[in-house]
Ligand binder design. Structure first.
Ligand code: PLP
Length: 433
């Protein structure tokens, strides 16, 4: 039995229909933007392994820093104790986060970073004896898979089985181009109707919802409206953080900075799980009291794991280096040329770029959705051509590690062009413009 068959006997994979999915590709080694299977075949990781990898696989500098940490201190509980990695990382993050951010709270992944932000926002009001509990979020949002994160996410197939268990959230339309006023009107109405505790959003790009992009000025307006009504704002930067959108954080493009920021995915350069929720001094202060019931009662066994912190500090060293910043710009420039060429393609709708993220929709008779059946043939085509993409239904996107070479990037682009040509053959599902 090979590795994939042994896997299939005992393992249940995430977001995978185990009855119909192909056997998983077994990866035994990674280097730069490449992942290698047992036969030594290299696949270009054009989506950074679910958006986590920044500097390439098995990066020697991160590996060295993590292994040094592993020989020094692998873990210590984080209540009543601290360690150099956590302190260094908090200082380093606050130096690049928006200036209103003052405190760092650690957890383990993106969903928990969101849970923490929601709980902080709700308890912020509770601790002051103010009965504000409603959360506002965007339709089509994705904030993670735990119950609180699912509640804030747009309601759809992922959340349907749990509908009765999700807390009440007012969903408004995201402010897409030409629809900004509707979104603003809906926010105004929601604020009038309910005692709103917080507004949570993915800044500038709704990731899992289909790489849906919108502009900073309208988000600024929405944040400003919330602030003028004393509503806390939460930027879920789990996907957009650490250079993905061209700046360190998507919030860097905002005038009105969010009160809470959720980080994960790229934080360790894709090495290991870590979540961070940062907040303002005002939020932190609302939990200070001689009354111990005002404590923030939240924590995970592996909070601020020293290995994860070491990986994160090493990843920041690399990210802040001018070479990495130049790479981010280089990728965006190449993406822009690629997207410009795609503009004329009869199967391509709404090509778009923000920083290192490029995306487009493929024309289809079915609606644009995660379940669009074009997904499987596009995924399979690219895997056969040794390029790892993972379309969100008929939405194709690229989000490569920053170290991807020009040669690799052009191999990805040419594979996408030839994939589109191959789709023209199967016109039963494709609408020609
Ligand atoms: C991936 C993602 C999450 C969830 O992070 P996990 O680490 O997968 O739990 C939350 N919010 C956004 C915007 C994400 O893209």
């Amino acid at each position: 039995m090979n590795l994939s068959e042994r896997d299939h006997r005992f393992i249940w994979h995430p977001y995978t229909q185990m009855q119909t999915a192909a056997l998983p590709v077994a990866i035994v080694r990674g280097e730069g933007a490449l992942l290698f299977d047992e036969q030594g075949t290299g696949y270009i990781d054009a989506i950074s392994s679910w958006w986590v990898n920044l500097h390439g696989h098995a990066h020697p500098y991160i590996a060295q820093k993590v292994s040094e940490q592993l020989r020094t201190l692998e873990h210590v509980m984080f209540a009543g104790f601290t360690h150099p990695g956590a302190v260094d990382l908090a200082e380093r993050l606050l130096a690049i986060l928006p200036p209103n951010q003052a405190k760092i709270f650690f957890s383990d992944n993106g969903s928990t970073a969101v849970e923490v932000a929601l709980k902080m926002a709700v308890q912020y009001w509770f601790n002051q004896g103010i009965g504000k509990t409603t959360v506002i979020a965007f339709h089509n949002a994705y904030h993670g898979d735990t119950f609180g994160a699912m509640s804030a996410s747009g309601r759809g197939a992922f959340t349907a089985p749990f509908r009765d268990f999700l807390f009440y959230v007012v969903h408004i339309d995201a402010p897409l181009k030409g629809r900004e006023q509707e979104s603003l009107d809906q926010l105004e109405r929601a604020i009038k109707r309910a005692d709103v505790a917080a507004f949570i959003f993915e800044p500038l790009v709704q990731g899992a919802g289909g790489m849906v992009m919108y502009d900073a000025p309208i988000l600024d307006t929405l944040i400003q409206l919330c602030r003028s009504h004393g509503i806390l704002t939460i930027a879920d930067e789990v996907m957009t953080g650490f250079g993905r959108t061209g700046t360190y954080f998507a919030s860097d493009r905002l005038i009105h900075k969010p009160d809470l920021i959720c980080l994960s995915k790229g934080i360790t350069g894709g090495t290991m799980p870590l979540g961070v929720t940062s907040c303002t001094q005002t939020i932190y202060d609302a939990f200070l009291s001689p009354d111990r019931r005002k404590t923030f009662f939240h924590g995970h066994s592996y909070t601020a794991n020293p290995l994860a912190c070491a990986a994160a500090v090493a990843s920041l060293d690399l990210l802040q280096h001018q070479d990495c910043q130049a790479n981010i710009k280089r990728i965006e420039e190449h993406h822009r040329k690629f997207i410009l060429r795609l503009n004329d393609h009869p199967l391509v709708k709404n090509p778009r770029v923000l920083g290192t993220i490029a995306a487009f929709d493929v024309e289809s008779k079915e609606q644009t959705s995660y379940f669009n059946s074009l997904r499987d043939s596009m995924y399979e085509y690219c895997i056969q051509h040794k390029v790892l993409i993972r379309p969100l239904g008929n939405v194709v996107y690229l989000m490569p590690p920053y170290c991807i070479t020009d040669v690799e990037l052009h191999k990805v682009y040419s594979t996408i062009y030839s994939m589109l040509d191959s789709l023209r053959g199967q016109t039963e599902n494709v609408v020609l413009k």
